[in-house]
Design a protein around this ligand. Structure first.
Ligand code: PMP
Length: 388
């Protein structure tokens, strides 16, 4: 019997064998011609996946929090006013992080399960001369998704840089960075990009790079300073080696393979597949009587879901039962609700078989926790949607 469990948490996720094989290639020099080619290819492919043909990509060893820090430290100077639009845990983290660079951080916090309405954001932008705003595309603590378009429009209207935290969305949810005019879109490797944890990935617009070049003060963070990394990215981009900090050679080889996979599927098809998987999962939970944290379909992410436990079901027991059924799920993340809901990642290469296995395991874990549901009812609903 297979001992391995299916990893259905919202990152790290299941990785494809060819990506893991690329990672296990004997490590070469970071200055070797074949590695230089792989690094350059990865930078080029990022622009295709981000739909940002004239953006400046960065690949740096670190986690998603480094990508958040990189956008913040390069674009913010002491005294600047910045606005954080928060839909959960990662919005709060961004506000904390930004306070290291300027005391003038305002937070617009959405009610649980909702987004901050665009007119409220606009009212706030009228009040001060903000340098930038940040928002979380999909907050992994709530599974709430923001529509980036109206926020990007406001950024253009009020001349405010827009930073999209796409850690739980890039290569899963629809993002058209250049067409929509978003200044920075970043992610981490372990989510829908489908590469083991360890890479911070970011694409900056021409406008963002110009703001950075015109800074009056040095960047207050040594490792993340674009002055150190831009020459390296430009060199690899033109297939020449360069050095600032040793790149995560094997992770970059895995990234090249995964970006090839993503482009082979096609970003449009990938967005649609995530939409279908997300909908099938949500509908399956609804027929079992489970409520979701996001208030409406419109604000529900497709890369993960966050259902509340139904009455009488204890989280710890439920997660153990699901694990015994071969599926690893995640508990809650929001401090105030931690024990009241669970999270299921359905992003990256997730397919019909993964989704149905997960839904089946949830059904039986619920029954084993004495929550009565008709066997197969969730699976039936999910299949109806997947077949439509
Ligand atoms: N932003 C979001 C939306 C995330 O989901 C995460 C990680 N779960 C982060 C930022 C931070 O990324 P990391 O844990 O890789 O530092």
């Amino acid at each position: 019997m297979k001992a391995r469990k299916l990893l259905m948490i919202p990152g790290p996720i299941e990785f494809e064998p060819e990506v893991l094989q690329a990672m296990s290639t004997p490590t070469t020099s970071h200055l070797a011609p074949d590695f230089t080619e792989s690094f350059g290819n990865s930078l080029d492919m990022m622009k295709e996946v981000w739909l940002a043909p004239s953006g400046q990509p960065f690949i740096v060893a670190g986690s998603g929090t480094l990508a958040m820090d990189m956008a913040a430290c390069n674009l913010v100077e002491q005294g600047d006013h910045v606005l954080v639009i928060s839909t959960g845990y990662f919005g709060e983290r961004y506000a904390d992080l930004l306070r290291r660079y300027t005391p003038n951080v305002d937070v617009l916090k959405a009610d649980l399960g909702k987004v901050v309405p665009a007119d409220q954001i606009e009212d706030q932008l009228k009040k001060k001369n903000y340098k930038l705003l940040t928002f979380t595309h999909v907050d992994t603590s709530t599974a709430v998704i923001n529509d980036p378009r109206p926020i990007a429009e406001l950024g253009k209207k009020y001349d405010v840089l827009t930073i999209l935290d796409g850690v739980c969305s890039v290569a899963g949810e629809e993002i058209r960075q250049e067409e929509w005019g978003i200044d920075v879109v970043f992610t981490a490797s372990q989510k829908a990009i489908s590469v083991p944890p360890g890479l911070a990935l970011l694409v900056a617009s021409g406008r963002a790079m110009k703001v950075w070049k015109n800074r009056k003060t040095p960047v207050a963070n040594y490792y993340a300073d674009w002055s150190n990394w831009l020459p390296v990215m430009e060199a690899y981009g033109s297939r020449k080696p360069a050095y600032f900090g040793t790149p995560a050679v094997n992770l970059v080889l895995a990234l090249e393979k995964s970006l090839q996979n993503i482009l082979r599927e096609g970003v449009e098809k990938r967005f649609m597949r995530h939409q279908k998987m997300g909908k099938a999962f949500r509908e399956a939970m609804k027929v079992a009587g489970l409520q979701m944290i996001p208030d409406t379909e419109q604000v529900s992410a497709n890369t993960l879901s966050a259902p509340y436990y139904p009455g009488g079901v204890q989280g710890k027991e439920f997660l153990q039962k699901a694990s015994r059924e071969g599926i690893m799920l995640a508990g809650g993340l929001l401090a105030e609700l931690k024990t009241q809901y669970f999270r299921v990642g359905h992003m990256g290469s997730v397919n019909r078989a993964d989704l149905l296995a997960t839904i089946g395991a949830i059904e039986s874990a619920l029954r084993h926790c004495s929550y009565e549901i008709e066997p197969g009812i969730c699976l039936k609903r999910a299949q109806e949607i997947l077949d439509s």
